[in-house]
Design a protein around this ligand. Structure first.
Ligand code: ADP
Length: 520
């Protein structure tokens, strides 16, 4: 009986154990499931890390033992997968002293993550040192007790981006320097037209700093007469996005206004919206001067043409009256009138040929027909011609030697005629001219024409060789001419490698000399 009871108790105990066992088995299979789940996840994460293009490694302990390193980072290191288990600086010792060790220590000992952008690192690839740039993140890794056990490293090779950045910076610097170097005034404004940049030429012209100019904008420098139009044109351009193009006067650091051509063009973004404005102000003072010179030249030419034509007309009318018997030839002889007509026609021919030469010079078509000739003979010939035309003039010629030159005989004659007619023209009182053919040095012969006429003031001496320049006098048209004879003479002589020398005293007379290379 007692034994039966014990057996039943044992059976009950066994039953409990079985139930417990079943419970445990269910638990174990649950654990197995979650372990295989975890394994699955771990596999996926590893796959993710391995296939990532980011450079990833995990470093354990204070020796930074590589516990894991994905392919991209091993490629950068130039190593295979045998790096696992080795200390980082054993694998890539060259980076240790480039700050890497101190960044790692900071993370490992202080627990402060470290991030860097575009950090330059020199590392060894296939035996040679290469400089690359990296974005870095070093993050402390903790165990379940919260202790730092290692560092997770995620990096990206950004060498191409950094090189591109460096190239862009270099290009921007070059452009800035180029813009600063330009003589034009260049400025940049935002889409509202507010200036953000002025080049050096602007700073030099106004004597202000970039900050002052940005604050003041352009308006205080624009001539009051042009200000209203400038403001209107600018706001129209800002509204319509159309280019700006106007001539106005801009004040310089001395307070003087100078003519400029102001242009502005819009810069469009990808959506074709105005993102900024580039404006240039080009000095056109010289162009304005030329415009004015041309205007007065036209006035002068029409006057110069009109005078001989009017007098020719007068003489012709007189001769016609004679022909029709209204005036008898005995009263007014024909010959002097014909001579006067010829003079005036001669004057017209000179005028027209000077104008033709001028346009030939401008289009670079003034050709020289060089020949070997004796300068003395050509001088005598021209002097003779001029004395025939102007019997009232006394020309004294002095030859200090005999000089051969290789030059355009006609053009040299033209220069001498210009000197002689000027000497004649600008000596209203005493028409006594001295011509000297002489030698300047071993290489140059010279012809000087000396008069005792009105002379030239020092200030004018520099300018009379410029195109259209005539010395201003109270009665401008007393001496005919339109200020290109000396300009042409200078061009002709310089094309022969010679030069023109002028000595003059105002009120006492002038001496013009041209030189030519000797060719004996
Ligand atoms: P133009 O046709 O006006 O004479 P030029 O070019 O020959 O043109 O001369 C330019 C200016 O130089 C003249 O207008 C005159 O004022 C001055 N000039 C030239 N030659 C003399 C001279 N011998 N004496 C005084 N002034 C002169």
């Amino acid at each position: 009986m007692k034994e039966e009871l014990q057996i039943r108790e044992l059976e009950q105990e066994l039953e409990k154990l079985r139930e417990r066992n079943e419970e445990l088995e269910a638990q174990v299979s649950g654990y197995k499931d979650s372990v295989s789940n975890l394994e699955e996840k771990l596999f996926q994460y590893k796959g993710l890390i391995y296939s990532s293009s980011a450079l990833i490694t995990f470093l354990r302990g204070a020796d930074y033992i590589i516990e894991f390193a994905n392919m991209p980072i091993r490629k950068v290191w130039g190593k295979g997968d045998n790096v696992v288990g080795k200390a980082l600086f054993e694998v890539i010792p060259e980076v240790k002293d480039q700050g890497i060790e101190s960044y790692l220590n900071q993370v490992f000992y202080d627990g402060v993550p470290y991030h860097a952008e575009g950090l330059p690192i020199e590392h060894r690839v296939n035996g040679s040192m290469v400089k690359s740039y990296f974005d870095f993140s070093y993050m402390p890794q903790y165990d379940s007790d919260g202790e730092i056990v290692g560092i997770g490293v995620v990096a990206q090779d950004v060498t191409n981006r950094e090189r591109l950045n460096a190239q862009n910076q270099k290009r921007e610097k070059e452009f800035r320097e180029l813009i600063d170097f330009m003589p034009h005034k260049v400025s940049l404004s935002n889409s509202n037209g507010d200036p953000v940049f002025f080049n050096k030429s602007w700073l030099d012209y106004t004597g202000l700093s970039m900050e002052q100019l940005i604050e003041k904008k352009w308006w205080p420098f624009i001539h009051p007469d042009h200000l209203q139009k400038a403001k209107m044109d600018v706001s129209e351009s800002l509204e319509t996005g159309c280019e700006l193009d106007m001539e106005l006067m801009i004040k310089d650091r001395e307070g003087d206004y100078k003519w400029h051509l102001w242009r502005a063009i819009p810069v469009l973004d990808e959506e074709d919206k105005v993102s900024s404005w580039i404006s240039t102000s080009t000095p056109i003072e010289r162009l304005k001067e030329i415009e004015q010179e041309k205007e007065s030249f036209l006035k002068l030419v029409s006057h110069e043409l009109k005078t001989p034509v009017t007098s020719i007309k007068g003489y012709v009318q007189l001769l016609q009256k004679m022909m029709h018997g209204k005036i008898s030839e005995t009263k007014v002889p024909v010959e002097p009138y014909l001579g006067k007509i010829e003079d005036q026609i001669e004057r017209l021919i000179v005028l027209i040929s000077e104008m033709l030469d001028l346009s030939r010079l401008e289009t670079n078509e003034l050709k020289l027909n060089r020949e070997h000739f004796q300068l003395n003979q050509q001088v005598d010939h021209i002097v003779q011609e001029l004395s025939d035309i102007h019997p009232d003039v006394q020309i004294e010629v002095q030859h200090e030697g005999s000089f051969m030159v290789e030059a355009d005989r006609g053009r040299i004659g033209q220069v001498l005629i210009n000197f002689l007619t000027n000497a004649y023209k600008y000596s209203p009182e005493n028409k006594h001219i001295k011509v000297k053919v002489h030698q300047i040095d071993s290489k140059f012969a010279a012809v000087s024409v000396k008069d005792t006429g009105i002379g030239i003031k020092e200030n004018d001496r520099r300018n009379i060789f410029k195109r259209f320049y005539r010395v201003e006098s109270k009665n401008e048209y007393t001496y005919s001419g339109f200020g290109i004879g000396l300009f042409l003479s200078k061009e002709i002589i310089e094309r022969h490698q010679g030069k023109i020398i002028l000595e003059s005293e105002f009120g006492r007379g002038s001496e013009f000399t041209f030189t030519l290379p000797l060719n004996n």
